[in-house]
Ligand binder design. Sequence first.
Ligand SMILES: Cc1cc2nc3c(=O)[nH]c(=O)nc-3n(C[C@H](O)[C@H](O)[C@H](O)COP(=O)(O)OP(=O)(O)OC[C@H]3O[C@@H](n4cnc5c(N)ncnc54)[C@H](O)[C@@H]3O)c2cc1C
Length: 555
Amino acid sequence: MPPANCSVIIVGGGPCGLMLANELGRRAISAVVIDQKPGTAFNPQANATQARTMEHFRRLGLADEVRALGMPPDYPTDITYYTRFAKHELARFQLPSARQAQQTVQTLSGSWSAAELPHRVSQKFVEAVLRRKAESWPSISINYGWRFLDVAEDDRGVEAHIERIEDGARRTLHGAYLVGADGARSSLRARIGASYEGETGVVRNFMGGRMHAVYLRAPTFYQTIRHKPAWMHVTFNRDRRALMAAVDGKSEFAFHTQLHPDEDDKAITEEAARSMFEAAVGVPIDIEILGRVTWTAGHTLVADRFRRGRIFIGGDAAHLFTPTGGLGYNTAVEDAVNLAWKLAAVVKQQAGPALLDTYEFERQAIARRNTRYARAFADSLGRLIPTPEIEDETAEGQAARRVAGEYFNKHARAEFNIPGITFGGRYDGSRGVISDGTSPPPDTANEYRPTACPGGRPPHLWLADGRSLFDSFGMDWTLLRLGPGAPDAEPFMRAAGALGLPLDVVSVPSEQARDLYAADLALIRPDQIVGWRGNSAEAAGEILTSISFRSVGVG
Ligand SMILES: Cc1cc2nc3c(=O)[nH]c(=O)nc-3n(C[C@H](O)[C@H](O)[C@H](O)COP(=O)(O)OP(=O)(O)OC[C@H]3O[C@@H](n4cnc5c(N)ncnc54)[C@H](O)[C@@H]3O)c2cc1C
């Protein structure tokens, strides 16, 4: 039975809800998660965990566990394009295995200077890890098999009515806040008077229309196609466009094919699904179907509001992507990271309630940005139409394949090497950030220029003892003292003490760190965003009061 009282009620136990539970749990905030499914996802769903998400998992102590999941450690994460999987290979973008990623991350600089690199792993595995971790926090209660029915709200809190799927038993939950992490069909979105804005129903040759997803086992796939292993496989022909991610690197795959206008998704039999897969492979192959679902590609949607009063929405409930670029689930995780510390700070009275207003401001802008990037990748992939001779064994066919290969080589590097998208999301203009008057570098998908200009991810570096700088950050606020001549942190500590704000001070005496941050001091928010930077601690009281939305004076 879910406990009747908590601080935060979370509807939805997908990546957004589970991450929120973990971020609240590690701050000892009580939360109840309910989800109508019997457990975490069975179908693979999203297949890419971006580097920034891995950095968030690292803070929870989960990065190594997640990186060990999915494909074997030496399995390459290449992106490949074929006419059909067992026919012509058109292009290949080579990417490291999990083991190589772990080995090389400490040697990278510039765009990829990071605590973690991306990991190609199906969401189903990640959800199971997030659930186990969430269940380990004493203040968190996770309840699958419960449906959210309704919510009432007044100035003191929210009252949610829920129902157990198994027997219809009803229960009422009381909380200070409620978060709808209830996915694309969110009922909370409508309840807060929000609606999706943007584009929907976009038709493309690929990644624009009804998609049939088949989770399948094909033990002979690698012998059959006789190409080098890859993580992502994409077909390019005139009758069966598809993409397919390797799930376990052995026999399981997540296959998605776009349906033709005359293929009615409700009438697709298992036999028809097998034929679709066989058409994508190009030769006969035996498979076992583990799961099937139809979904729609072609959404670029962001809710016009993310909050009403004590009720918030996040994840797919607040934005819906076409999955090119692999951004939907990653954006959902980051919504949770952004919202959790703010809810925790307000519940603990370490911050004024106006801090919560910054959630919509910050995350709606990111959702618009990320959905725009995803749409551009979908256009690049899906609006390219195979020429009639693409599969012909003729000189014309060969020429068509060469042209397509050149195109995909470029496209793959644009869609799958995205440090700029991953690390470059910013909260400029938010009241949760104190601008220093400088401007950040331009926002680009494929390049990230580290900057401590307030509002973005702190620049990363490896410390002399081999740890990531990010490992030294506290769970809440961190003041970085950078370079050999950094000012004393005492004014900040005194101000934080007076405000009741948890603040860690980290000194990094290297010149390199000072140069990277272009300041002697930087204040890092609990979600690892630069909140302020400067060279003097004199205004510490004003800075902390402003950034925590506290109006009390500092003695
Ligand atoms: C087939 C498929 C393939 C995908 N591929 C990719 C990909 O390659 N890359 C990518 O980035 N994204 C992909 N996505 C999208 C990605 O899975 C989502 O962006 C991600 O799951 C969003 O997480 P979330 O927590 O916001 O929502 P969800 O994962 O949808 O979780 C919402 C949860 O809320 C629960 N819920 C809903 N209503 C209620 C209610 N009334 N009561 C109780 N519980 C309720 C649901 O049961 C569900 O578990 C794919 C999605 C699908 C379906």
